[in-house]
Ligand binder design. Structure first.
Ligand code: WTA
Length: 643
């Protein structure tokens, strides 16, 4: 393997926007004079219809933060219209289909026309400013048009990942009270078809308030049709105008809701607003990826996740960049696909998740080395801690040792990257997200909420607001306060643990709560448990994560069956597909461990700490087990640890 070492700034990045010289200065300014700093950035990076009265107000205790108070703007004006005078014919989106050989080029002018048409279609369906629109789409350009069309007219989009089940889709539609769903007949991924319209039909059996389903024809497959509700997009789009004035939005008007998992209860609708979110997505994109005019940028995420929102759509387009949207998966038709796409479209900046890197690494380096990749200039990762071995492989094999790697830490709730190297300013350390972005003050606290000074480990918190911060949990403001602002009063609690080294660089170690991170997908253990116990054969279930070579974390489910149930391979297969049906394939347990009983305290609480140790094969550090109601349960569990 490669020797792991730190990497100083490369000669080719000495002229980056952010350099070793100006990072410190700008960072200090952003901390010492935040209002002046952000006001300046907001002027430089965005177009405002009218200026704000106050840069920032509010506090963490009430969770009533507001940025650029009273300022007016429109996200699509910033992402499209303002580029038209100089970039009408420049490529905005390159779309690469699942099947190699098929791709599309969408210029900024075309993007404008498509987005306006879809905005007009939405208006015709009665959608108004503030209404919620659910987007359940494959990775096709219409997904981008749909998001931007909502932003054009001030509707709030709620994108639901196309891999989610009808049940998950239903929950999200009901929670946000969406009146319209935009979907496609079928999605195509890795050569397989995903029945999106069929899933939508199933979800909508329980959503009486949805009056229109706008269907994009992706594949032409046979689908059921509900007259009066279902509409073919292409039929309506042909009849409407290709211009639509951008709605004037307040900086604090909502832009989107995106559901994400926490340690308890159902997924939360994280709400982001217009001005602060767009500013930080725009600015972080430019500075962290050091995006230079004319470059081709590719983020492999799905628009169903926050990475797709901020770094496929809003950040790149607000910068007038060329952003690549990929419909498929990195391993189809072969594990060389990503690098073939890089060569085909001359991609300069490539941003992906550690799980994809590990999966490709496991296939051997020939798939990489047979491609050129000479266009690549910068690499990025996101979504989970990257192990140094994967980092080194990415650096040496994919990047041929030429391209810096930005390991970007952030969350759905943070809206934009908060901790990351700047390629022109930071010494790269494999596995470290290094330093905070401008205006961001991370800190570590111990379990009592005491600040950890200097080098050390603790719970990662953020001190003070930043523009793209979560504003509320849709429909449940108290839940936001309870989840993020009450564990350590005065701080935003990330749910992550981290270490800070002698240089002040941060190393994110992973979640410290009951949230799993499986292949970079966030999932609450409680969600998987609720799905399992819905099955008639299951009496009780406890789900924990364990280290998984490719996925980062795998799902280990301890299950006690109903008294008359005999576990069998058939039942296991049935349970797995049951969870897939309830949540989606990403939540399918890797390991099922049948047990007559779960370890509980005398008051009946499941001792997850012990289950986590068993799943991780850490039998000699089980900790205090004296509070267990029946210690023999533990012995049996250890004896039967599944692999
Ligand atoms: C994890 C994805 C280590 C972390 C943008 C966080 C990371 C959760 C990194 C958020 C990173 C994200 N290093 N861990 N560079 N980036 N995470 O909301 O646990 O889907 O809390 O947002 O992913 O996941 P989410």
């Amino acid at each position: 393997m490669f020797k792991i070492k730190n990497h100083a700034v490369k000669e080719s990045f000495k002229t980056a926007y952010i350099t070793e010289q100006n990072y410190q200065e700008l960072y200090q300014e952003s901390i010492n004079n935040p209002d002046a700093f952000w006001a300046e950035q907001a002027k430089v990076h965005l177009h405002w219809f009218s200026p704000w009265e106050k840069v920032y107000q509010g506090d963490f205790a009430q969770g009533d933060v507001a940025w650029f108070v009273g300022g007016k703007l429109n996200v699509t004006y910033n992402c499209i219209d303002r580029h038209l005078p100089t970039k009408a014919n420049q490529t905005a989106i390159i779309w690469e289909a699942d099947e190699p050989g098929q791709s599309l080029i969408i210029t900024y002018q075309m993007l404008h026309d498509h987005v306006c048409r879809m905005a007009n279609v939405l208006k015709e369906q009665g959608v108004k400013k503030g209404d919620r629109v659910c987007i359940y789409m494959p990775m096709i350009p219409e997904a981008a048009y749909a998001m931007l069309a909502c932003a054009r007219i001030g509707a709030i989009h709620s994108v639901v990942f196309g891999g989610f089940s009808p049940e998950s889709l239903k929950e999200r539609i009901l929670d946000a009270d969406c009146s319209v769903v935009i979907t496609a007949d079928e999605g195509v991924r890795g050569g397989k078809f995903i029945p999106l319209k069929q899933n939508t039909d199933a979800a909508l059996e329980h959503c009486p308030d949805v009056h229109s389903v706008i269907v994009i024809k992706r594949n032409g497959g046979n689908i059921a049709w509900k007259a009066g509700r279902d509409i073919w997009y292409h039929e309506l789009a042909a009849k409407v105008a290709s211009s639509c004035p951008p709605e004037t939005m307040d900086a604090e008007d909502p832009l989107f809701i995106l559901y994400t998992s926490g340690s308890t209860g159902k997924p939360k609708g994280v709400l982001h607003t217009t001005g602060g979110y767009l500013l930080q997505a725009t600015m972080s994109f430019k500075y962290i990826f050091d995006y230079q005019p004319g470059e081709v940028y590719w983020c492999t995420a799905d628009v169903g996740w926050v990475t797709g929102h901020s770094y496929i759509i809003y950040g790149p387009l607000a910068n007038g960049a060329t952003t690549l949207m990929f419909e498929g998966v990195p391993t189809y038709p072969t594990p060389a696909r990503c690098w073939e796409v890089v060569d085909k479209h001359n991609v300069n900046i490539f941003y992906t998740a550690p799980t994809a890197i590990r999966a490709l690494m496991a296939q051997g380096r020939e798939f990489v080395s047979n491609t050129s990749r000479k266009s690549l200039r910068l690499l990025g990762t996101v979504g989970e801690p990257i192990n140094p071995e994967a980092w080194e492989w990415y650096y040496h094999v994919v990047g041929d040792g030429r391209c810096p790697i930005v390991d970007t830490w952030w969350q759905t709730e943070t809206g934009a990257i908060l901790i990351s190297p700047f390629p022109g300013a930071s010494t790269l350390k494999p596995g470290s997200a290094t330093k905070p972005f401008f205006g961001v003050k991370p800190a570590l606290v111990d379990n009592n909420g005491q600040l950890v000074e200097g080098p050390g480990s603790g719970n990662l918190v953020i001190t003070g607001s930043w523009p793209s911060q979560i504003r509320t949990v849709y429909g449940n403001h108290q839940r936001m306060l309870d989840t993020y602002f009450s564990t350590y009063p005065g701080y935003y609690f990330t749910g992550d643990g981290a270490r800070r080294d002698e240089d002040g660089d941060y190393w994110i170690t992973g979640r410290v709560d009951d949230v799993l991170n499986v292949s970079g997908h966030r999932m609450g253990t409680a969600e998987v448990e609720s799905a399992l116990v819905l099955h008639d054969a299951v009496a009780e279930a406890a789900v924990v994560g364990y280290p998984h070579e490719i996925k980062g974390q795998g799902i280990y489910a301890f299950i006690s069956p109903m008294h008359d149930i005999e576990p069998s391979p058939q039942l296991e297969a049935e349970l797995r597909s049951f969870v897939t049906k309830e949540i989606g394939p990403i939540a399918k347990p890797d390991i099922l461990h049948w047990t007559p009983a779960l370890p509980k305290t005398r008051s009946g609480k499941i001792m997850r700490r012990i289950l986590r140790k068993i799943a991780c094969n850490e039998f000699d550090s089980l900790g205090d087990t004296t509070t267990l109601a029946d210690p023999s349960v533990m012995e049996t569990l250890i004896k039967n640890r599944q692999t």
